[in-house]
Write a protein that binds this ligand. Sequence first.
Ligand SMILES: [Zn+2]
Length: 113
Amino acid sequence: MALTTEQKKELRSIIDKMISETEEELVQLVEYTRPVSPDSSIGRISRMDAINNKAINDAAFLEKKKLHQKLEKTLDRLDDAGFDNCNKCGEPIAFGRLQIMPYTRRCVRCSGR
Ligand SMILES: [Zn+2]
């Protein structure tokens, strides 16, 4: 069963919101992922902490970046005929699931495997 116009409209606004939230988080993470200054005045331990934190933030940044791309692609294919069909079993993905993660390409059963 294809999504109704209303459901698509709802998903579009959910995705738009997620995209702007992701963009805000990316801006924040860019702040955190600035190169660690070699300034020795912060001490060796805190410098190591800073490097560790940077690695964590870099990873988080990449994750967010990927999510952002996925969301943008989801907007592009929202009007495709098989948008709400699982790309593994072909069954419709529950609307409730799409509301939570509109970018998913699999139904609950298939994503669990
Ligand atoms: Zn499936």
